[in-house]
Write a protein that binds this ligand. Structure first.
Ligand code: GRF
Length: 209
């Protein structure tokens, strides 16, 4: 059983997609052992509780120093003893020590086709605003392992989504979630749980079945 901790910051629709996929068997050999949010009172924590998964809030605002927040985050994650950490809309930069400790065991979902529209400043709705500003006809989502860089780790999976002429950032965000994020992230977790992928030379290779 792959022990998975999911980190969230807001609505938690990606978390919901994961919980549903565990329930209906699209993700196998996996147990969601905890959900961590940096924001109190978010819908994502409610979704965890509804699924009898412990939902824990660790807010940076409750710590005077960033290091103390990082320590609390690390201790909480370590205490859950995860095999995999999933960043599902987690808007906190993961401390480097944690990245090193869980090398190739942290995955992130990003709402664009990396390397487009990613890196510092590209998060949430901003990603879709930039895509519309540039006038791209295709965008999408990417699931990747997290390394020390920003959105630079080995790419696990990508899925493209069409941009329509009259899209707003909100409409495009929703389409990218529905057509890409909610599908890709559960698939990637299932692939990891069932040993179908490995990292070679900073690239993800699929194990041939
Ligand atoms: C998603 O678009 C994710 O890709 C981005 O933030 C959003 C999170 O949505 N980084 P939710 O909290 O899963 O509903």
């Amino acid at each position: 059983m792959l022990r998975v901790v999911v980190c969230v910051s807001g609505g938690g629709t990606n978390l919901q997609a994961i919980l549903d996929a565990v329930d209906d068997g699209r993700i196998t050999n996996t147990q969601i052992v905890g959900v961590i949010s940096n924001n109190p009172g978010v819908r994502a924590l409610e979704r965890a509780r509804q699924h009898n998964v412990p939902g824990i809030c660790i807010s940076p605002k409750e710590y005077e120093k960033r290091e103390a927040f990082h320590q609390a985050l690390t201790e909480t994650i370590d205490g859950l003893n995860p095999d995999l950490i999933v960043l599902a809309g987690f808007l906190v930069k993961i401390p480097e020590e944690l990245v090193r400790k869980y090398s190739n065991r942290i995955v992130n979902i990003h709402p664009s086709l990396i390397p487009s529209f990613c890196g510092v400043g590209y998060y949430g709705l901003k990603v879709h605003e930039k895509a519309l500003e540039r006038g791209v006809k295709l965008t999408g989502a990417t699931v990747h392992f997290v390394n020390e860089g920003m959105d630079e780790g080995p790419i696990i999976a990508q899925k493209s989504v069409a941009v329509e002429d009259d899209d707003t950032p909100e409409i495009l965000q929703r389409r990218v979630m529905e057509q890409a994020e909610w599908i890709l992230l559960p698939q990637a977790i299932d692939d990891i749980a069932n040993g179908r992928i490995r990292v070679v030379d900073n690239k993800v290779k699929r194990t041939v079945e």
